[in-house]
Design a protein around this ligand. Structure first.
Ligand SMILES: [Zn+2]
Length: 305
């Protein structure tokens, strides 16, 4: 073989991985959190302390990462005061959600929620961390909230699947693995056929049950938050590929579940962008289109941001 040909061939071989298209379009992050900083908290993916050392830094670094990575809309949940500060700092990029957190703070009363949705202070219901509180989202405690969300056509994000390892021995003695099973949502989905529901964390590790719910209830979506950066990459890609090959590529939404680690936002993006089995169109659907459709945002308005 002529030398130049060999050199060219080798060059092409080395270039091949870099030639896979990286996603450069807009992103909607349907799963962010606001609240107090946790200085020194070790990022479970990097093994390094968080980059946010103060409450103000947690917010400013999150907004900086959003800007840098073209996240045109972020759905945030956390304490009301922290969400209000974040909305004030980036009013066209932040939607706030009423949260049932892992520390037992109850949801606001129905009348307060109704007012907050009317005023635009809140946009969605979630994250609903029922699993952390030993609660089943299909049980009566949640029913008035679901009725309100259905009446006002408010999207509802329910935490499913997993929590930080050893949570039952620490923050959350009522946590139960079984209560993270998406199959538990079936009774509420039957009672509220018009409700826009998404399974946060895509039901991991309950793949079969997640597929069953997505197949039978075509309105249900999922987000890929936390599993896209905290897990070994291969485990996440296996799970993602299973959902895509099962035909649910148009119901998967990007989320980071940035908590006290703003630097997890690019890690979460990379988790999806590195999936070589995804086409450019599938990436675009996950990063933006599916959420834009589910949340009914105006892509033209987003493009102007
Ligand atoms: Zn969660």
């Amino acid at each position: 073989m002529p030398k130049t040909f060999v050199v060219l061939l080798l060059a092409l071989l080395f270039m091949a991985p870099a030639m896979a298209e990286r996603y450069t379009g807009p992103i909607i992050d349907v799963h962010l959190h606001a609240g107090k900083a946790a200085p020194g908290a070790i990022n479970p993916a990097t093994g390094k302390p968080t980059t946010a050392n103060t409450d103000a830094e947690r917010q400013s670094l999150t907004l900086e990462h959003m800007q840098r990575h073209r996240i045109v809309l972020g759905l945030v949940s956390g304490p009301m005061d922290a969400m209000a500060r974040m909305r004030a700092a980036a009013p066209d990029r932040i939607w706030a959600g009423a949260m049932l957190d892992d520390y037992g703070h109850p949801l606001p009363p129905i009348a307060d929620l109704r007012q907050a949705y009317a005023s635009g202070e809140l946009h969605v219901l979630g994250e609903i961390g029922a699993q952390y509180n030993g609660l089943n989202p299909s049980d009566p405690w949640f029913e008035p909230y679901l009725a309100l969300a259905e009446e006002l056509d408010i999207p509802v994000g329910i935490h499913t699947g997993l929590g930080p390892p050893a949570s039952p021995y620490g923050c959350c003695p009522k946590f139960s693995v079984a209560l993270g099973n998406p199959i538990l949502l079936e009774p509420m989905l039957k009672r509220h056929p018009k409700l826009r529901v998404w399974l946060m964390h895509a039901g991991w590790p309950y793949l079969q049950e997640t597929k069953a719910i997505l197949y039978m209830y075509p309105q249900v979506h999922v987000d890929l938050a936390v599993i896209n950066w905290i897990f070994p990459r291969e485990e996440f890609h296996d799970y993602l590929r299973a959902l895509v090959t099962a035909g649910f590529g148009d119901r998967l939404m990007f989320g980071s579940d940035q908590m006290v680690w703003p630097e997890s936002i690019p890690l979460a993006i990379e988790g999806i962008d590195s999936a070589e089995f995804l086409s450019d169109a599938q990436k675009r659907a996950i990063f933006y289109d599916n959420a834009a459709r589910f949340l009914r945002v105006d892509p033209q308005a987003d493009a102007a941001k």
